[in-house]
Design a protein around this ligand. Sequence first.
Ligand code: SF4
Ligand code: SF4
Length: 470
Amino acid sequence: MNRSIMTAPTNLLKTPLLGSLLRWRWGRFVGQLLLLLAALLILYEGFAGPPLASENLAAVVVWVHYRGVLVLALLFAGNLFCMNCPFTLPRTLAHKLSLAGKRWPRPLRSKWVAIGMLIIYFWLYEWLDLWASPWLTAWIIIAYFLIAFALEAIFTESPFCKYVCPLGTFNFVSSTISPLQIAVSQQDVCHTCVGKECVNGSLQTLGCGTLLFPPQIQSNMDCILCLDCARACPHNNVALTLRRPLAELTNANAWPRRWDLNFLIIVLAFTGVSNAFGMVPPIYTLETWLAASLNIHNEGIILLLIFAVLNLVLPVGLGLGAAWLSRALARREESLRLTLARYAPAFAPMAFAGWLAHYGGFHFLSSALAIAPVMQNFLLDHGIAALGQPDWTLGPVMPMTWMDPIELVIVLSGFAASLYVLTFRARQNRPKPDGMAAQLPWIVLLLALAVAMMVVFYLPMEMRGSAFFS
Ligand code: SF4
Ligand code: SF4
């Protein structure tokens, strides 16, 4: 067990003001209420606002600002969206209504459903042009609330967050590189603690919804950063710690060596490329060619085929292939699962870099100011002219010529961080560290991903959500 990241000295919950705010019983509820108000505004605008996405507050906020701010928050702080997620409000309501009963079925207690939801989500995003439809954007939010409430009402833990939600799944994997993590101040206090309220809950406070036990936490996976554990602990022993960069990914014991968890990271790295591929001209050439070759003229089926290959067949096939080669080159006798689990965490920085470069580096930086005319338009539609007439040319926060170098730096940084994690994990192997030969298949795969990202990112890309065109 790596105690260095479990009992780190910095505890943000002990800092003046911020600590009190984070520990405040209603702190999370206030954050959730603010996001609930934002969700209600998006619903209203989605159904009643302008049909053109680039002029609609709901579409611009969800498909430009939410995604851009999300990746930046994950990089510099942690899973702040899940912390304030309004979709989890039903959990509290369901518990108050005492509807919760059984645990999530055992065969489904893995990330396979979440991987499936991620792939379905990215397919629907392209097929139904979700980003272009304020109406569908609003319906997605309604579906989220309904499904979250239904699952939280039926089952005892938080199955929606832990096993189903594609947004949460993205946040869980990405937060493995975040600087904040839940830990405990003193392990000894936990040893003698009778109630274990951090996970079991108390009369006033819920315990951990995703059933994490703070003294044993070594990973941000499944932590929605709700801080219920800190509020429930009667000994004030839960800490929100700052950890060193890549601490979790270089900790050999941080994650269970499960197929689902490790494929999830590789799948997320591939979806970072395929999602951007859906926004560049070659996708249309490929769609036309496939339609003619297979004599299938339904776009939904063609896109399903494309994304099933890019997001499932390739990551699973290449992941297994790399694991098999790596094991053969290391002359090891171990299961492929163990080899995969040793190296798959190295894909997390590369995966995150792809999403950061695409959403944080391109779409957000090139369209962030689009919120100004959209807001002006919204107010004008409601008879308020105080902010003046919209200037629809607003969008980029910096010259567009800066975007390519910024994306390149982000992708190269992700690649370098992935190589560091890879090498670190190879050296950690016992009884004998893995040499360069065992790392080679993974290096080639990571390099191929980095090159694919840059090739796709450098093609002319649809802006999606802004009136400004690249
Ligand atoms: S309730 Fe507090 S002291 Fe008890 S096990 Fe949980 S973190 Fe440790
Ligand atoms: S460990 Fe559980 S209760 Fe604590 S912040 Fe994470 S999800 Fe919330």
